[in-house]
Write a protein that binds this ligand. Sequence first.
Ligand code: ADP
Ligand code: ASP
Ligand code: MG
Length: 407
Amino acid sequence: MALVVQKYGGTSVGSVERITAVAQKIKSFKDKGNQLVVSVSAMSGETNRMSALAREIQDTPSLREMDVLLTTGEQVTISLLAMALQQIGCDAISYTGAQVRITTDSQHGKARIQSIDDHRIKQSLSEGKVVVVAGFQGVDAAGHITTLGRGGSDTTAVALAAALGADECQIYTDVDGVYTTDPRIEPNARKMKSVSYEEMLEMASLGSKVLQIRSVEFASKYQVPLRVLSSMIDNPEGTLITSEENIVERALISGIAHNKDEAKLSLIGVPDEPGIAYKILKPISQANIEVDMIVQSVSAREGLTNFAFTVHRDDFDKAQGILQTVRDELGAMAVQSDNQVVKVSLVGIGMRSHAGIAAQMFEVLHQENINIQMISTSEIKISVVIDEKYLELAVRSLHSEFELDKE
Ligand code: ADP
Ligand code: ASP
Ligand code: MG
C-alpha cells in the first residue's frame, strides 16, 4: 500500500463536472489499495475574480484581509470534492489549512510553511478516508490566516508529502508534464520524462509557472519524488522531478523559460561616484520591491553612468514614483521606464561544462533582429531581457536552434 499526495490545480477542478471526474480518478487510486491525501486549488479564475473584487473597494487592500478573502476559494473546492467523493461511495473528509494545522510565518500573501501537524490527517487516513486539504493556505502562530503566494497549492502538496513521508507527490494539471518550454508558446515543445530538482528550480524561478518555486525547493530539500501529470488525459508517467543522478536523458539545454511579469527602469546620466547603486536601490527595497536584474553602464558623457534594473510588473508604478524622487536627489538626467519587456532564459546543467552557449543564443537573437536589453548568467542559465513583442519569436527560434524538439 502506497501513501500518495495528489494535487489538482484550478482548471482540473474548474467546474462541477471536472470535480466529479477528479473524484472518480481519486476513487480508482483508492480502490487499488492506496492511501490518499489530496490538495486542491480554487476553481480556475476564482482567485483572480476575488482579487479584482477587493481592488474595486481599495487600491491596496490589507494583505491580511486579502488572505482571509482568497483562502475561501480553496475552501469551496475541498468541500465540493469531499462531497463528490462521498457521492460515489468513497469516504472522504476535508480540512482547511488551519484545521490540519499548517503553520506558516506571518508574511501575508507570501507566507512560508514552518510546520505541519500530521495528527488529524493520519487519524482520518487510518479510518480509511481520503483526506482533502485546502491548498495555498496556512495559519500563523497567532492564528491569522495566511496564503503561500500564487500557485501555492503546489507547495502545500509537496510539504504534505514531505511531512507524511509519502511515496510520491503527484501534481495534476492541464498539461501532461513538464515540457522543454511552455507548450502554449511553442507547439513543438517536447515533454520531458524526467528533470532534475536543480533545473526545475531554475525553470520555475525564471517563470515556468507549471510548478511554484517553493514546491520544488521543498521537494529537493526533503527528497520528495515529484511528478507532474495531466488530470484530463490518462498518462501515468508524466514528468518526474528527481535528483540529478536519476536523470537518464542528459541534455546540454533542458528548457527555455520565460517571464512576462517583468518591467525595466533606468536612471540615465547619474554622476558616477561611490554609493550610486546603494542610493538608487535602498528606497526601492525599503518599499518592499524586489529587484531582479541590474545593469550599470558607462554613459557617453564623462563622469556619468546609466543604471537599469527590473522589477515585477505589479511594482512598476510604485518603483517609477520612487525613481523620480531619486533622480531629483541625485541630479540625474532622466528616468526611462518600460513595462513591455520579458525575460527569456535558457536552462541546462550541461552548460556548466560547455562554453559558447551564450554566444550561440545571442547569434540566434541577432539573426532574428531581436535587441537584447539586459543579460544575466549563472552556472546553469542565461537570461536576456527583450521587448515583449518578440517573446514567441525568441522562444521558438531558440527552441529550434538548440534542437529541444528532438530526443
Ligand atoms: P494549475 O492551475 O494546475 O496549477 P498552472 O496554470 O499553474 O496550472 O500551470 C500549468 C501551466 O503551466 C500550463 O498550462 C502551461 O501553459 C504552463 N507552463 C509554463 N511552462 C511550462 C513548461 N515548461 N511545461 C509545461 N507547462 C508549462
Ligand atoms: N488559487 C491560488 C492561485 O490561483 C493557488 C493555486 O492555484 O495554487 O494562485
Ligand atoms: Mg499552478
